[in-house]
Design a protein around this ligand. Structure first.
Ligand code: MV4
Length: 660
C-alpha cells in the first residue's frame, strides 16, 4: 500500500479522499490554487502545494504542476477525484511516465469510453444492450432518413461528439426528418466542430440508472448494484438514490452483468460507472461509461457498507478487490441531495458569497451513520465564482425508502445557511412532492412538476413572525426582571401593546405583541391576536405555541435581520427598530395614525375643536385593549376621518390635525 498520495482536486471530494487515506494511515498531499489557500481540503491534508492562480485552467487542470508537486513531496500515487483531470487519458499517461500511480483506470480504457460512438460499437460487440438506432459512419441524409423510418418514430438525433444533452433533436415523423437533421448538424458543427450524428429510438419518459462497477488488476470485476439518478435539471443531477425504486432482482442482475461486460470489454480497472437509460417498462440501454469515482458514490457505500475510496487505493496498489460478488448485498435505502449555493427561483443562478452561518444536522460522518455530510467548506468560507458552487452532499440512510425520505426531510430542515441563497427549500419540496415521494421517476420530473416545485412567493406565516418576535423579546429581556420594563420604544400611549414591524422581500408584516399576566398576546400582520408562549428553548432553537398551533424553529439574528428556519423554509425578516427612528413620528405634519389595526370605539373630539397637547381625541380597541390617540401638541382638529365602530388598518390616518 502507498504511504503517501497526492490528491489532485479540491472541495468535498478532496476532503473525502483524505478522510479514507488518514484512516488507512496514508499521508496526504493537497494541491491548491491561490483562491484556496485557506480551504478546508488544504487544512485536512498533511501537506499542501500551491499550483497556480484561481482559474482551474491555471491550477487544478495543470497536470505538469501537479506531477511536479507529487515528485517534490514524495507521493507515490495521485487520486484525481472527479472532474478536472479525472478522465484525462494524457494525464494518466503522464503520471505513468513520471513513475506515479494514477488512481483510476488504464488510459486505454478511458480512451475507449471517451468516444461515445466508438464506445457504442464496442458495446454492441460485447452484447451490451444499445438503444435501437444507427451509430455508423454513413451520414447521407436519405440514408439516415431511411434508418429513422426503420427505427420508428419518435427518433432522437444526437451529435456524435456531443454530451450533456447538447445537439439533440426529437423527430416526430419522416416528413420532419430532413429539416431536423440539418438543424442538428448545424448545432453539432458549431458546438463540437463535428457534424456527425447518430439516430436512436426516442424514449419518452426514461430513467437514468447507473451501475457501480469495480475491477482489479487480477481479472476480477464486480458490480455494486445501481443508483437511480433520474432527478436532474438541465443534465445536472439533483437527487440520487440506491437502490433504484421498483427494481426487480432479475433486472438488477441483468443490468449488473451488462455493466460488468461493458467494463471487461475495455479492460477496465478501478471504480467505474456504467450509465443506462431505462424505459418505464424496465428495458434498459447503455448510454456511456464514466471512468472515475462519481459524485453520488456515497449512496452505494451506504447500502453496501463499503468505502469505495479504500477500494480504489487497494486496487491501485495491486491488491485484489476486498469483496467478491456473492459477498455483496443491499442494506436499506440511501438518498443523496446536492446542496448548492444557488437560486432555484432565478434559474438556479449560482449564489456567490460567504457562509456566514452554517448549521448542519447532527451528522455521524461516514460509514455507519444515518446522516452523512460530505463537504469541502466550513462556516466562514466563501463560495467563489471560480469553482462549482456545491456546498455539500447530504446523504441519508434508512431501513427502507420511506425512512430515508423522512430522514432527508429532517436533515434538510436542520441545514441552516446564512450568507447566500441555497437550494435547500427547493430540495425539501422536491423530496416531499408526490412525484419523488411516490417514486414516479423519470428525467422530466422537475420540469413536469414545475408549478409545485416553484410556488409563488408566499408571505411569512404567523408562526415564523412569532418565532422572530419570541427571539427578539427574549434577547431584549435577558436579565431584566420585568420583561416590559425598559428600553425599546414599545410605549404606545397608555396601552401595553408594542408594534413589531418586520418585512421581507415579499411583504411587510405589522405585528403586535401585548403582555398580560397570562402571557403574551401576539398578532401577526393584522391577524386576530393569539396567545403566544415559548414552550422550550435551546440556544437559538425555539418551540412556541401560538394559539392552537405549535411550531419549532431556529432563529438567528444578524443585526436587524432575523433568520427564521422552520419547516425547511428560511425566512429573512428585517425588523424596523423604532428606536432607530425615535422622534420621527412628530414630523408627520399633524396626521394622527392608527398604531395598529383595530376598531374605533370612541371619538372624543369634533371637527374644528381646539385641543391641548396630550388631550384624548380618539379611542381605538385593538389586541383586546384600548388605545388612546392623543394630541401630539396644541392645535386644531381639522377633520375626523373615522366614526365609532369603523375598522381601521394599521397606519391609517384617523384625523387631520394642525398646529394652532
Ligand atoms: C436519450 C433520451 C431519450 N431517448 N436517448 C441526455 C444526455 C445524454 N447523455 C443522453 N440523454 C438522453 N438520451 C434516447 N434514445 C433522453 C435523454 C435525456 C436524459 C438522459 C439521462 C438523464 C437525463 C436526461 C434528461 C433529458 C434527456
Amino acid at each position: 500500500m502507498f504511504t503517501k498520495i497526492l490528491i489532485a482536486n479540491r472541495g468535498e471530494i478532496a476532503c473525502r479522499v483524505a478522510a479514507t487515506a488518514r484512516r488507512l494511515g496514508i499521508k496526504t498531499v493537497a494541491v491548491y490554487s491561490e483562491a484556496d489557500a485557506n480551504a478546508k481540503h488544504v487544512a485536512v491534508c498533511d501537506e499542501a502545494v500551491l499550483i497556480g492562480p484561481a482559474a482551474a485552467k491555471e491550477s487544478y487542470l495543470r497536470g505538469d504542476k501537479i506531477i511536479a508537486a507529487a515528485k517534490a513531496t514524495g507521493a507515490q500515487a495521485i487520486h484525481p477525484g472527479y472532474g478536472f483531470l479525472s478522465e484525462n487519458a494524457e494525464f494518466a499517461d503522464a503520471c505513468a511516465e513520471a513513475g506515479l500511480v494514477f488512481i483510476g483506470p488504464p488510459a486505454s480504457a478511458m480512451r475507449a469510453m471517451g468516444s461515445k460512438s466508438a464506445a457504442k460499437q464496442l458495446m454492441e460487440k460485447a452484447n451490451v444492450p444499445l438503444v435501437p438506432g444507427y451509430h455508423g459512419e454513413q451520414q447521407d441524409a436519405d440514408f439516415l432518413n431511411g434508418e429513422a423510418d426503420r427505427i420508428g418514430y419518435p427518433v432522437l438525433l444526437k451529435a456524435s461528439a456531443g454530451g450533456g444533452g447538447k445537439g439533440m433533436r426529437v423527430v416526430e415523423s419522416s416528413t420532419q426528418f430532413k429539416d431536423a437533421l440539418a438543424s442538428c448538424k448545424r448545432e453539432a458543427i458549431s458546438s463540437f466542430g463535428d457534424d456527425k450524428v447518430l439516430a436512436e429510438k426516442y424514449l419518452q419518459r426514461p430513467r437514468h440508472i447507473e451501475i457501480q462497477v469495480f475491477a482489479d488488476t487480477l481479472g476480477n470485476c464486480i458490480y455494486l448494484f445501481e443508483r437511480d439518478c433520474s432527478v436532474q435539471r438541465r443534465h445536472q443531477k439533483v437527487l440520487e438514490e440506491a437502490p433504484a425504486p421498483g427494481m426487480p432482482a432479475e433486472r438488477r442482475a441483468a443490468m449488473g452483468e451488462a455493466a460488468v461486460a461493458a467494463a471487461r470489454a475495455v479492460g477496465y480497472v478501478g471504480a467505474g460507472t456504467v450509465e443506462f437509460i431505462a424505459n418505464q417498462d424496465g428495458s434498459f440501454y447503455f448510454m456511456e461509461m464514466n471512468t472515475r469515482l462519481q459524485v453520488e458514490h456515497p449512496v452505494t457505500e451506504m447500502i453496501t457498507g463499503t468505502d469505495l475510496v479504500e477500494w480504489q487505493l487497494r486496487v491501485a496498489a495491486g491488491e485484489p478487490l476486498p469483496k467478491q460478488q456473492h459477498q455483496l448485498a443491499i442494506h436499506g435505502h440511501a438518498i443523496e441531495a446536492r446542496i448548492y449555493a444557488e437560486n432555484p427561483e432565478k434559474g438556479f443562478l449560482p449564489s456567490i458569497g460567504t457562509l456566514r452561518h452554517l448549521g448542519t444536522p447532527a451528522a455521524v460522518s461516514f460509514e455507519l451513520g444515518d446522516v452523512r455530510i460530505d463537504s469541502g467548506v466550513r462556516e466562514g468560507d466563501a463560495i467563489s465564482p471560480f469553482y462549482d458552487p456545491m456546498i455539500a452532499k447530504l446523504i441519508v440512510h434508512g431501513a427502507d425508502r420511506k425512512q430515508a425520505l423522512v430522514r432527508m426531510a429532517q436533515a434538510l430542515e436542520q441545514y441552516h445557511v446564512v450568507g447566500l441563497n441555497t437550494n435547500i427549500a427547493f430540495l425539501k419540496r422536491l423530496i416531499e412532492g408526490q412525484a419523488f415521494a411516490g417514486a414516479d421517476l423519470d428525467t422530466g420530473l422537475i420540469e413536469r412538476n414545475h408549478d409545485t416545485l416553484f410556488p409563488a412567493a408566499q408571505p411569512a406565516p404567523a408562526t415564523a413572525l412569532a418565532l422572530a418576535a419570541a427571539a427578539l423579546l427574549g434577547s431584549e429581556n435577558s436579565g431584566a426582571a420585568d420583561p416590559w420594563g425598559q428600553t425599546s420604544g414599545w410605549r404606545m400611549n397608555q396601552s401595553y401593546a408594542r408594534h413589531l414591524a418586520f418585512s421581507d422581500e415579499h411583504a411587510s408584516y405589522d405585528s403586535y405583541v401585548s403582555y398580560r399576566r397570562e402571557g403574551w398576546l401576539f398578532s401577526a400582520s393584522n391577524e386576530a391576536p393569539q396567545a403566544l408562549s415559548v414552550t422550550a428553548r435551546d440556544g437559538s432553537a425555539y418551540s412556541i405555541q401560538l394559539g392552537g398551533q405549535s411550531a419549532r424553529g431556529t432563529v438567528l439574528r444578524d443585526g436587524d435581520v432575523f433568520h427564521v428556519f422552520s419547516n425547511g423554509a428560511h425566512y429573512q425578516l428585517t425588523w424596523s427598530d423604532p428606536m432607530a427612528h425615535a422622534g420621527e413620528t412628530e414630523a408627520e405634519g399633524g396626521r394622527l395614525t392608527a398604531p395598529m389595526p383595530g376598531k374605533v370605539v370612541a371619538v372624543l373630539a369634533s371637527k374644528g375643536q381646539e385641543v391641548r397637547k396630550g388631550e384624548a381625541l380618539v379611542i381605538m380597541e385593538a389586541m383586546k385593549m384600548e388605545h388612546t390617540i392623543a394630541a401630539p401638541h396644541d392645535g386644531v382638529v381639522d377633520d375626523i376621518l373615522y366614526g365609532v365602530g369603523d375598522q381601521v388598518a394599521d397606519g391609517a390616518p384617523l384625523l387631520a390635525f394642525k398646529t394652532a
